[in-house]
Design a protein around this ligand. Structure first.
Ligand SMILES: CC(C)(COP(=O)(O)OP(=O)(O)OC[C@H]1O[C@@H](n2cnc3c(N)ncnc32)[C@H](O)[C@@H]1OP(=O)(O)O)[C@@H](O)C(=O)NCCC(=O)NCCS
Length: 202
């Protein structure tokens, strides 16, 4: 693990010489996205309310395995992401440039430094849906994953029936690998997910 991290050189991005041994400071290593009046930035503790504001809407969580029932759940998730630990989820806020309010998120979870792989994930407040925002926000994150994190494989899992999520992956060059049967529990039910991947060499 240490050896792999030692090979990542983030200096062109954040001015640091090297990634420290078993953790790295990603403060200034953020993928660049600035379009549709939205920009990517780090997620902060105070974003918990804005994030929960749309994740509490049944339509938003109908076709995924989000399972949060209170703003405190979001606070715990943000705390976990902020801990400087290897393999922690790396998630960014899509914030309105005019107000700085979080209206979406995108990032990697199930990050495995050892295997140079991660799973992409995203969500957006419904008033922003169907404008092409998430399709466009994926590429900078994917590039950053391959270049800055030196990932080799990025996978995406879309619950069967989540056409928007599957379409985003297809449009971003992901290949369908198959169906993971009863892969995640969604609303209390083990549910099937289509797994897609994009390799560095694709
Ligand atoms: C999935 C989600 C992020 C899509 O974001 P978005 O910015 O609206 O997506 P885009 O506008 O880029 O659309 C991508 C494609 O999906 C299609 N699409 C969007 N919403 C759709 C819907 N509700 N039903 C069917 N297709 C849909 C679009 O038409 C587009 O396809 P096209 O280019 O062939 O026309 C958003 O619907 C969301 O937050 N859903 C809840 C959270 C979630 O399920 N996340 C994915 C699990 S990781």
């Amino acid at each position: 693990m240490t050896e792999w991290l030692g090979r990542i050189d983030l200096s062109p991005i954040n001015g640091r010489d090297r990634v420290p041994n078993c953790d790295f400071d990603m403060t200034n290593t953020i993928p660049h996205f600035d379009a549709f009046g939205l920009a990517l930035r780090e997620i902060r503790a105070e974003d918990a309310h804005s994030w929960f504001d749309y994740l509490r809407i049944p339509e938003v969580v109908r076709l995924n395995s989000w399972n949060v029932s209170a703003v405190e759940d979001m606070q715990a998730i943000i705390e976990k992401m902020s801990a400087n630990a290897v393999n922690r989820p790396l998630r960014f806020a899509l914030a309105a440039t005019a107000t700085d309010r979080l209206v979406g998120t995108i990032g990697f979870h199930s990050l495995s430094i050892e295997n140079a792989s991660a799973e992409i994930a995203y969500d957006l407040a419904p008033e922003y849906w169907r404008q092409g925002i998430m399709s466009a926000a994926c590429e900078p994150l994917i590039r950053w994953g391959f270049d800055a994190l030196q990932l080799n494989r990025i996978q995406g899992c879309a619950m069967v029936g989540n056409h928007a999520s599957a379409r985003i992956l297809e449009k971003n060059g992901f290949r369908l690998e198959g169906v993971l049967r009863e892969f995640r529990v969604a609303r209390g039910r083990p549910s099937d997910f289509r797994v897609y991947s994009r390799l560095r060499s694709d």
